[in-house]
Design a protein around this ligand. Sequence first.
Ligand SMILES: [Zn+2]
Length: 520
Amino acid sequence: MPNSNGKMPLRLYNTRTRSVEPLRPLEPGHVRIYVCGLTPSAEGHLGHARSFLFFDVLRRYLTHPRNGYRVTFVKNVTDIDDRSIATAQAEGTTYDAVIARHYASFQASMRTLGVLDPDHEPYATKFVPQIMEMIGELMERGFAYASDDGVYYRVAAFARYGALSGKNVDELLIGARIAENEHKDDPLDFALWKFAKPGEPRWDSPWGAGRPGWHIECSAMARALLGVPFDVHGGGYDLIFPHHENEIAQSEPLMTAPPMAEMWVHGGLLNFDGRKMSKSLGNFEPLSALLERHDPLAIRLLFLQTGYRKPMNFTEDSIAGATRSLARLTEQYQRAKAVEDDGVPLSEESEAVIASRERFFEMLDDDMNTAGAVGVVFDLVGEIGHYRDASVRAAALDFVRDAFGIFGIVEALDRPSRMERHTISTPRTDVETAIRVEDRYWSREQQQQMIDALRRAVGDAVHVNGDRLAIVIGEIIQARADARKAKDFALGDRLRDALAAEGVALHDSKDGTTWTAAAR
Ligand SMILES: [Zn+2]
């Protein structure tokens, strides 16, 4: 059934029902979303960011005039856990100092990636009263019990346990054991409240001083900030079991009208060169470091091109490809914008733009098929420069800008494309500036390939010392300037041609020589 604006509603894959379903907000016009946030007890990496990037695009699309929803978006911070306590003890600091350090870094990275701040960003330790209240209700109704080391959830009391993940309690019990230091009735029971050991942070409770378990935090914060039921509960695929299963088990027995959330939406996991990123595998790179090597907008594009549910493999080649695609798109957009008007209106051009726009939104409505939607924009951008009617070109450019806004990469349209000029007239300082620009657009591997090609092309004529592309180009330009000063124009031309063969064009003026590098 179409919405009031006449369009089919957005459909999303709902893990709870295992089908693609229309999103129909419980409160008309208002979509309430809870996404499990980070546990910043250690440095975050790009894998942690993937689902946050997806929900950022979903949120932008929901609030876009096409849908026109008001969105309340909650993303929590699990600011206490075993690891932050252990790290604090090892470092002689406090758990909240550990959390503050890692979270500040991750938050800065999220902003670099253009992820909008949530409407609410609850810290678990600020919701201890609400958490205790919920534990009390669960105990009253026979879903929880106190033991020697804490309060546990009684999984056997909740008949629907396993429904979200499709796991069966009997199968889960096979091989499940109670650890020696845990005092619980059943191996599947999980902690709602952990009594504090000496030296651990603690909050007083009716059952004993301690701290909340991870799962109950999300249930209590979602209930406090959004109310239950709400529309969309999200997170990474790895959170389905046990975390989201446990959230349901804690929340739904206390509700008159379950489910806790209408839709459970999960993002696929991210591998790095075919492996999970982890310190133990030796391939760990903090997100902040990765963002110094790669263009954050190209990272967004790469994720969009994959689609949110698919497992994804991040490689240096894949990000280099996305970086090139984005640069080409920026160039095509800027070139199309600069086209002179020849005043010939052509109706089929106008129809093509309208059709592209409609196809783009249909893709997004179909379970956020961002890969398809990106393809539509790419195809259109390549055409705009050929349109002869200025008003159609303007409409098409507006649409591209609109689409890029939903993708969260609109800045890419306004930044200097790779046709940017680099001034080499005063070699050292300006070359340094140029290097920083280069790093944005070429991967190290691409830079190295081009350096190797330039070395071969200039042969013995220039002694290439530099190990960075912009330095090497600067050295060759300097050698050409020296040759011209010495009236060796043949050598000067040879060096210019060597650069040109690699796509580097020189522009001489009274201020010196500048260069532009064409897209590769
Ligand atoms: Zn959670």
